[in-house]
Write a protein that binds this ligand. Sequence first.
Ligand code: ADP
Ligand code: MG
Length: 662
Amino acid sequence: MTELNQIKNLGIKGISILNKMGIYSVEELLEFYPFRYEELKKSDISTLKINDKIVIDGIVETTPSVYFFKRRMDRMTFKLNTGHNLYQISIFNRGFLKPKLMPGTKITVIGKLERKTGITAYDIKFGLIEEEKITPIYHTIYGVTEKQIRRWIEKALDLNINFTNQLPYFIEEQYHFLPKNDCIKAVHQPTDMNYLKLVLRQLKYEELFLFMLKMNYLKLNKTNKIGLKRNIPWSKIEEFVSKLPFPLTPDQNKCVKVIFEDLNNPQRMNRLLQGDVGSGKTIISFIAIYMNFLSHYQSALMAPTEILANQHYNNVQKILEPWGVKAVLLTGKTKAKEKKEILKGLNDGTIDVIIGTHALFTDDVIYKNLGLVITDEQHRFGVNQRSNLKNKGITPDILYMSATPIPRTYALTLYGDMDVSSIHTMPSGRKPVITTLKSEKEIKDVLTEMYRELKLNHQVYVIAPLIEESDKMDLKNVFELETNMNKAFGKLYKIGVLHGKMTNQEKDEVMTKFKNNEIQILISTTVIEVGVDVENATMMVIFDSFRFGLSALHQLRGRVGRNEIQSYCILVSNYETERLKILTKTNDGFKISEEDFLLRGSGDLFGSKQSGDMVFKIANLKSDYSLLLKAKEDSELFLKNPSDDERSKFLINYVEKYSQLD
Ligand code: ADP
Ligand code: MG
């Protein structure tokens, strides 16, 4: 690995941005691939129809005029002379370019042909089109610009880092693969579209092969994994379930039975429990913890956020402690003295269950006899973190919970090493959330509906887009929303703000206030996405909803409608309303995830840019599905009969290491 400070002029700020993006070495930077390419090729005017995309160059003919409207919006118009035609160009929110667009300037316009000689431009580039040019487009997050990323990558390429091919020789030969170094260069600085296509296919295949190799290896070795022998009396579980404050749904009952069998079976459990938000997965995990307790082992329940860990802890105290289960909470906030006691209790076995966040992964946490590990919202955790659970020579059973269901066909391919249980039905008494779609023009309606709920002493979530995003598209950020909400409701109700730049402590404070109804309107970025339960919140307003995947929106919406009171979700969006309509029609997370998958590939299913095992650098599970199947077959073939050369040994070693992680 080559350190980032080898890159000229990157600076501390650049390094810190890259770190935030999960990039810690030059190699990782070079494997930060463009997500698409723009091919700048002059349009053939003779074949263009109205509404087609057009790329054209020429000379500015008239001084641009700029009109301002709304707040911070403008529209600029001018005439462009192409030598054949005079086009009327109009473009939004680029008024600041006016001084650079004086008559005589040579420019290239990319946009949409509105009428025979009228273009709405999305972009203007200076200079004429020279030749066919392919521009890589990168995801820009954390305030980084396209230009910066391109320059950094250019400098990184200058370092001539050596990448070696990793795939088995027989595969390299079979598919006529290129040297990896050539691929890395071409993917960032493509010169030829056909060559680029080959390179992309190779890089995607490589990624999918390594992924399937791991999955297949786990599957092959699963049957040999000896777990714990237990002897749990079913009657005790029946008694426990009968004393719960509510009867279990049929699906919940099924899951309980399956987990009971898994645990009693000496083979190790490796089960994914998937079910829609609010379908009642948590109680199943508690029952599993009770089973594990009855067979005298410790349990660990891991949640991705402190808010969620706290919530689980409170519930465990209510539901499990009366049965003699000793529970503790360990998070980043736990005081040193208290932590010391917890560590002691874990080590000597006086603690039966520990609930926590990433703090559970630190090196000093050593269990006496950890028999069950449960991960909530499993897609949020990476494999590496699970590896740090120190246990005394025992292989614990494992239960993952996820509210982002994976369509069945994909689940079988991807989670080949896991068993999957699904909850399809919601607890009774739940009313489906009523979802409506509004444009920004209808903001008055939105406010009226909010007021209606607030007057009933209910609370409202308002979701704003990420504040890290660039404001290029004039997205309202959290603070602008806060100002506007204060104008509308500030005299009557308290408004709180929650966003990713706040410390955990600040977030918890705001969340607690919301829970206690000291705040009635909570404006937030998607940090509240997972698991939080505030029953009195009955409305969710999501601005710029088009920016989210359907599954993410469905998860957000799952924050309301958590009891028998009717709840509402308002999606505010000026774009992509067709796609969003699906949400107004169904509340079935499985259906929605299927749609999402078809529309977007894997991206959103696994929690967008979060860490997780399923985040691919370049492959897309949907559009590259046939490549995935090939990689699956090939990796099976390889595992059945690995050859004896260095590369094969390296690969086997790599998957062995991976499989030992959990
Ligand atoms: P999720 O699957 O999203 O984790 P939770 O486990 O948090 O959902 O359940 C949501 C709410 O439903 C909780 O308040 C829980 O107590 C309640 N609940 C769970 N199962 C049932 C049931 N069978 N009947 C009634 N309420 C239930
Ligand atoms: Mg949950």
